[in-house]
Design a binder for this molecule. Sequence first.
Ligand code: NDP
Length: 247
Amino acid sequence: MNSPIGQPLALVTGGGRGIGRAIALRLARDGFRVIVADRDEQALSEAAAEACDREFVLEAARLDLTDREAVTDLIERNQPFAAIVNNAGIFNEKGFFDLDPEDFRRAYEINLVALFSLSQTAARRMEAGSKIVNIASRAFLGARNHAHYVASKAAVVGLTRAMAMELAPRGILVNAVAPGLIDTPLLKALTPERLAAQLALQPTGKAGRPEDIANAVSFLAAPRTDFITGQVLLVDGGKSLGGGMGL
Ligand code: NDP
């Protein structure tokens, strides 16, 4: 079993399942001591069990990321984070004319405001050389049937660039990864017809795996990656190229 003592500390939000879990496992493999923050208790225990099977340790912190007191407490009772991965997010489908302001508030509260609050509190204590990686979405370029999500993720991209500029003097590097369609429970929000239509637009013709995103995060969170900041890395099987599989 790897010892957690003396290791750089990483925090992965929404790391109980899906992309976040793959990121947490990858960072543990990379040598980080990893805390996984998620509100889903069962997902947290399953993530810890999967880590154990692979002879890693994931530390679970059960909290709702919109609970600022709980987030501040988590940050203050730990050593400064060497890496933060703001991965937690929510997604649902709704056509433009069915959306109401509450849909926007909910998406923004978790996808953007919680990410900002956690990052601001944590960054006050983070040291030079630390990394923040925000999980955006390819959807920031535009997508149908979820304008509130698209807008929240475009805001994550804007915030990433602004944070990169303001945190650079402290030596903290901030980047975003924008996943395309990735096979996780989040995709249950798509009807089978919508999922098939999305896959048809994919030049590679298939959804990505959570590990594809974890590989990109691993690169951006690594101590050796020390001259990249304010960037958005699209990991989307080429979907952002436009077109699709047709000629
Ligand atoms: P999942 O829904 O599978 O996992 C997200 C996890 O985050 C869940 O365990 C969820 O808990 C948790 N979470 C959500 N809100 C909160 C909160 N307020 N406090 C604590 N935990 C919370 O998502 P994915 O793994 O698919 O997605 C991860 C990220 O990647 C998201 O930001 C998503 O927008 C982004 N992304 C995903 C894509 C995909 O195709 N899967 C494509 C592009 C971007 P609970 O179950 O209780 O909600």
